[in-house]
Design a protein around this ligand. Structure first.
Ligand code: HEC
Ligand code: HEC
Length: 373
């Protein structure tokens, strides 16, 4: 073996590195990202004579959002770099097959990360079976989707990308890696972007980044939390009376247990108009039962329930007080913990005032939408 061989090998590999991944152009329905318009990233021009595209130096990511006041502290499985990429991807329509639908199209950040529509349409145009839930306080959950059929966010997001966005996350590798900004994000997360044998596997990092973003969407720090922390002016007398009803006669806290305002269990509320076996898909004994959603932040995201059938907060609360008989469900299929409760109009108003005190007031400013690379 001569001394020249290794040098030649290095040269060949260098050419291969320049041509392999760079030559993968995004599909025609995906406009080619340039990275030029990304205010958050700095493109470093290549040294003179080098034809490789500019590399992007990312600024240090902001810290992971802190768990707000009123919620239990916990270690959240998310790093600043993951949340930074997850934020971009959450708003990225190129994750869908059509190039038009993003996570944020259904999980609207200015609607408590839920949807203002009763049911959304997938990228393929099919009507979803269920109302798009608000994404809130998932960091303490061990089950995901209305029926809790996923016990981990990762597989849920992967399956959900195929179902809702019409495209497996692996298929996003070409256009993501063609963007110097996304390439820099993936590299920062340890994806071997300069791998010379074909395309590096990006799906695990993309899934983890999306999971890190959604798991750090919190509903907390509400007026009621400030009241409980000692600020007696933070909640109205009506809300204080409403709290007594919520945790007393109206028995709401049996299922909407503070401080998360959910027991993380499944209950049937007699919502039978639209056939859906709910948790029965996983546990046959729990047909028609759904995971108790938190009522924190609820004022931000009408309509309510897994079928989106309650157009207002008053309608959702009224449904409960009527004992889940609004759709003529046989009482035997309604959870026995949901009993009809008779409240005067003034008491109903108090109860609603309390539920509203679990949502930010005034409503939060519009969520910052990142400029996509
Ligand atoms: C077309 C609308 C639509 C799009 C787009 C969409 N989702 Fe969803 N999402 C839903 C619906 C509907 C459900 C409830 C599914 C069920 O219960 O079976 C859901 C459930 C979820 C959940 C579980 C929430 C909970 O409370 O258990 C998470 C997390 C989630 N979506 C994240 C995402 C992410 C991340 C994206 C982008 C990759 C995304 N969604 C895109 C409609 C959508
Ligand atoms: C037996 C348990 C149980 C009791 C008691 C209960 N809830 Fe619920 N609540 C649920 C479940 C389960 C859902 C979701 C049902 C569905 O979508 O199928 C829900 C949904 C809600 C929603 C809509 C949240 C959303 O994001 O769609 C609100 C608001 C609400 N409950 C408030 C109350 C109030 C106020 C009371 C007391 C009057 C109360 N609940 C009593 C279990 C309960």
């Amino acid at each position: 073996m001569t001394a020249r061989t290794p040098a030649l090998l290095v040269a060949v590999l260098a050419v291969a590195a320049c041509s392999s991944k760079r030559s993968t152009t995004p599909g025609s329905d995906h406009p080619g990202p340039t990275g030029d318009d990304d205010a958050q990233a700095i493109a470093v021009p290549p040294p003179p004579g080098d034809a490789a595209p500019a590399r992007v130096v990312l600024p240090a990511p902001p810290p992971v959002p802190a768990v707000p006041h009123g919620l239990p502290a916990a270690t959240v499985d998310a790093t600043p770099a993951q949340v930074a990429l997850g934020e971009l991807l959450f708003f990225e329509p190129r994750l869908s097959k059509s190039g038009a639908l993003a996570c944020a199209s259904c999980h609207d950040p200015d609607h408590g990360y839920g949807s203002p529509r009763v049911r959304d349409r997938t990228d393929a145009g099919e009507l979803d079976l269920r109302h798009t839930p608000a994404l809130a306080n998932l960091y303490l959950r061990k089950a995901f989707a209305w029926d809790g059929r996923y016990d981990d966010l990762g597989p849920m997001i992967e399956a959900h990308a195929r179902g809702q966005l019409g495209q497996a996350l692996e298929l996003d590798a070409p256009w993501l890696l063609a963007s110097p900004t996304y390439e820099a994000h993936l590299e920062r997360l340890g994806v071997p972007v300069d791998d010379q044998d074909g395309e590096p596997a990006i799906a695990p990092a993309v899934t983890a980044a999306l999971a890190a973003y959604v798991v750090t969407r919190y509903a907390g720090g509400a007026p009621w939390d400030r009241f409980e922390a000692g600020d007696r002016t933070a909640a109205s007398p009506a809300a204080v009376r409403g709290y007594a009803l919520f945790s007393g006669r109206a028995q709401c806290s049996v299922c909407h247990l503070p401080p998360l305002y959910t027991d993380l269990r499944y209950h049937a509320l007699g919502l039978i108009a639209q056939p859906d076996e709910g948790r029965g898909r996983v546990e046959p004994g729990l047909r028609g039962a759904f995971l108790t959603p938190t009522v924190r932040g609820a004022a931000l995201h009408p309509p309510y329930f897994h079928d989106g059938s309650a157009p207002t907060l008053a309608a959702a609360v009224g449904w409960h007080l009527d004992g889940g008989t609004g759709q003529h469900a046989d009482r035997s299929i309604v959870d026995p913990a949901l009993r009809p409760v008779r409240l005067s109009p003034a008491e109903r108003a108090d109860l609603l005032a309390f539920v509203r005190a679990l949502s930010p007031d005034p409503a939060p400013p519009p969520v910052h939408r990142p400029e996509l690379p």
